[in-house]
Ligand binder design. Sequence first.
Ligand code: NDP
Length: 419
Amino acid sequence: MGRALIIGCGGVAGVVIHKCCQNSDVFEEIMIASRTKSKCDAIKEKLDGTTATKIRTAKVDADNVDELCALIDEYKPDIVMNIALPYQDLTIMDACLKCGVNYMDTANYEPEDTDDPEWRAIYEKRCRDEGFTAYFDYSWQWAYKKKFEDAGLTALLGSGFDPGVTQAYCAYAQKHLFDEIDTIDILDCNGGDHGYPFATNFNPEINLREVSAPGSYWEDGHWVEIPAMSIKREYDFDQVGHKDMYLLHHEEIESLAKNIPGVQRIRFFMTFGQSYLTHMKCLENVGMLSTTPIEFEGHQIVPIQFLKALLPDPATLGPRTKGKTNIGCIFTGKKDGKEKTAYIYNVCDHEECYREVGSQAISYTTGVPAMIGAAMLLTGKWNKPGVYTVEEFDPDPYMEALNKWGLPWQIDDKPVLVD
Ligand code: NDP
């Protein structure tokens, strides 16, 4: 049915590639293109002969629009799947517009260099206007809406688990379970243990930037920002047990606040163990999370990039990680004039993911919805020109695909609420 160009070959892309190869009716051909071609060749070698999907590989620098265009013009994909880093979102969107091809990704744009004065001026204005200080926000990619509409192309933003599946849960709750949604609490619990004192489950630079930033939530039409990790709750997660969780800023809050009419409050909580938090605080205190380059023995070094080089590669955590994830959304609202609650969630087992695709569950829960999002566009189930997040499409085919492709969901209609 279609041909996909997959950019990036890290932890999440490994799952995306396996899943596309399981779904050969839709992904007849894929090209894996990344900065380090040997990683693309290694996964091609592993999968060739086990799948009907035809695999090619290439080297590309996705920061370079001309290089991307040369590859797109040569391969002629029906969709470009950006599974590299959020730093590349805009260059890949530019290349898709130039070459006339649909686009998707799993995380919204943030700049690699947060000291760039041009970016910083826009960022500081946005902090004042909007009231949250995260480095990432949707404005950069929403600014492409008209260009994609005029070109008759679709850009699907943030089709991982969170963002991604969590927004499909919201659209499903809106369509089938509630007349009005009052509050949404997104709970992201990782009950997995990889045995290292400190490691991140996805790209360390992106992960540590996200969790060390101030938290924020949406309430009564505006953002409320709080110091990092200053709101803590305990929750008893199905199949995982009691965990401490902390309120974080998260990108889907921004789009849900626009797209779920009448919603009064949206919060996002993620679980962290004490060891993770202690390590992170210590690294932050000594300056290791800084993105500002420093001079060291004649070299320019970005501290957080040096830290990334020291930490275990998330793609190697698969064989060591045991336990489960539980990620979902708790809703309160009204149906037929009565108060109602619902909790839609998925439980995913790290070891089962490893047996199936050789990855831990964080990469799995991101990679499966990325494949599904691309399949929605390739099969025409989701088809409208412009730039959209997941909750702006019909959730039904996506929710059905989650059950089919390894992330089955369930609904608890009497969940314990978070105070
Ligand atoms: P990794 O660091 O493991 O992989 C990133 C890949 O992108 C690497 O293969 C890297 O190449 C490649 N890459 C980086 N820069 C370039 C470039 N300029 N040109 C070409 N390729 C490049 O990251 P993850 O797999 O952990 O994460 C991938 C994405 O998934 C991130 O955007 C992350 O934010 C997102 N994510 C989303 C989640 C969700 O639920 N929505 C959850 C978790 C992650 P090289 O190997 O040479 O370094």
